[in-house]
Design a protein around this ligand. Structure first.
Ligand code: UT7
Length: 386
């Protein structure tokens, strides 16, 4: 991995004050909660170790019947409802996931159909935990060049189906969830995406990688109160050099916040809030301290969701807004980092932007989603079973 230099953002900051803003944000999480103690039933770990090293207390794990499309659609519907828009108002869909269930068709295509979006482009983008910020950067560029008007960006993870549940170095870290952002040109002089920074350094590719996404739902036993045996959801290969990624993450988060603040003519201390990728509470605390930010201005929800990869930034943003921590006019920095190695951030001038967390009691579209999903994934199963 190369050394990060001052201003290394890997793209034009783009500080022109016109155009694209975040119209709404939505999120969704599976209902089942898996605590550290439950993982310690089959892994050589403990609640104390996981809490003290990562800040994580529990995570959500999707039950076998929940699909990636279902979770993505719930987050997207929450964002659409918050914006007061129907699916037809969306002309471009970008999905991003580190635990994708089909190589093709793109999840974005299935989501476009499920939501009844216009027949514009729909594609998946891979940038691991930086995915949603990358996708928002791409969406903004499309909007500013007139190629799109309203773009739906969804980061969604069912990481529990991509983990090696015998690897305590990764199994305790990741969780399932989804976050959606709608970006558009709709007039609101009060809010704006002021700057975007995206970057990557493939020299660090082997620090965090995954292959073989044969999707097998986590065994129901993992959700049961006690587990004598580990779940048989094995064979996934997510591997991480934790220390190396930790070093990179701390360094790049600090750099991103400094550079994005500067793009807006600000210092980090002028930011009302930083909404970072939720990888580890120690990374966030270290970065806050180096930036001179009081801890309460660095949003953290890793304790109850773990690391939800591409979903984590919108999920944290939704919670921050619902807690009244984002007010119109506030300058807010979103910052993400992850495998690639990749990094990316947005500087937002917050408007009266609505957000919503999916209400899990609303299951009205489950049957239709299952139908779309079956059509897309059944050939894959048939090949695997041959
Ligand atoms: O989302 C993308 C970005 N991801 C990140 O930013 C993650 C960055 N890395 C991290 O958050 C941390 O490196 C981890 C949480 C993954 C690991 O924490 P660490 O303090 O760096 O631990 P370590 O890997 O240096 O391991 C220390 C010890 C080792 O034992 P020995 O060799 O010292 O005897 C590990 O085997 O802790 C052991 N260990 C565990 N022990 C109990 C590793 N995982 C566990 C575990 N429970 N789950």
């Amino acid at each position: 991995m190369g050394t990060l230099q001052a201003g290394a953002g890997g793209g034009a900051p783009g500080t022109e004050a016109v155009g694209c803003r975040v119209l709404a944000v939505g999120a969704a999480v599976p209902t089942p909660v898996v605590t550290n103690d439950r993982l310690a039933d089959f892994l050589d770990t403990s609640d104390e170790w996981v809490r003290s090293r990562t800040g994580i207390r529990e995570r959500r794990v999707a039950p076998p019947e929940q699909s990636l499309l279902d979770l993505a659609a719930r987050a997207a519907r929450a964002a659409l409802a918050a914006a007061g828009l129907s699916g037809g108002a969306i002309d471009t869909v970008i999905c991003t996931s580190s635990s994708i269930d089909t190589t093709f068709p793109a999840l974005a295509c299935r989501l476009q159909t499920a939501l009844g979006c216009s027949l514009g482009p729909a594609f998946d983008l891979q940038a691991a935990c930086t995915g949603t910020v990358y996708a928002a950067g791409v969406a903004r560029a499309l909007i500013r060049t007139g190629a799109a008007r309203r773009v739906l960006v969804v980061g969604v993870e069912i990481f529990s189906r991509a983990l090696d549940w015998h690897d305590r170095g990764t199994a305790v870290i990741f969780g399932d969830g989804a976050g959606a952002m709608i970006l558009g040109t709709d007039a609101d002089p009060g809010s704006d995406i002021v700057a975007v920074r995206l970057g990557a350094d493939g020299g660090g590719a082997d620090a965090l990688w995954a292959a073989d996404y044969a999707q097998v739902a986590i065994e129901p036993e993992v959700l049961a109160p006690a587990m004598a045996e580990p779940p048989r959801n094995l064979g996934r290969v997510v591997r991480m050099n934790g220390r190396e990624v930790f070093r990179f993450s701390t360094q790049v988060l600090e750099r991103l916040v400094i550079d994005l603040a500067a793009d807006g003519g600000l210092r980090p201390a002028d930011l009302a809030l930083v909404v970072p990728h939720q990888a580890n509470s120690r990374i966030l605390a270290t970065a806050a301290s180096r930036l001179g930010l009081p801890p309460e201005r660095m949003v953290q929800n890793v304790d109850h969701y773990g690391n939800t990869s591409s979903a984590s930034v919108p999920l944290a943003l939704v919670e921050a807004v619902q807690d009244g921590r984002c007010q119109p006019g506030d300058m807010i920095c979103l910052a993400a980092f992850g495998a690639g190695l990749t990094w990316g951030g947005l500087l937002l001038r917050w408007g009266p932007t609505p957000v919503a967390l999916d209400d899990p009691r609303q299951h009205e579209t489950a049957a239709r989603l299952a139908q779309i999903d079956r059509a897309a994934t059944e050939p894959t199963r048939a090949v695997r079973e041959r």
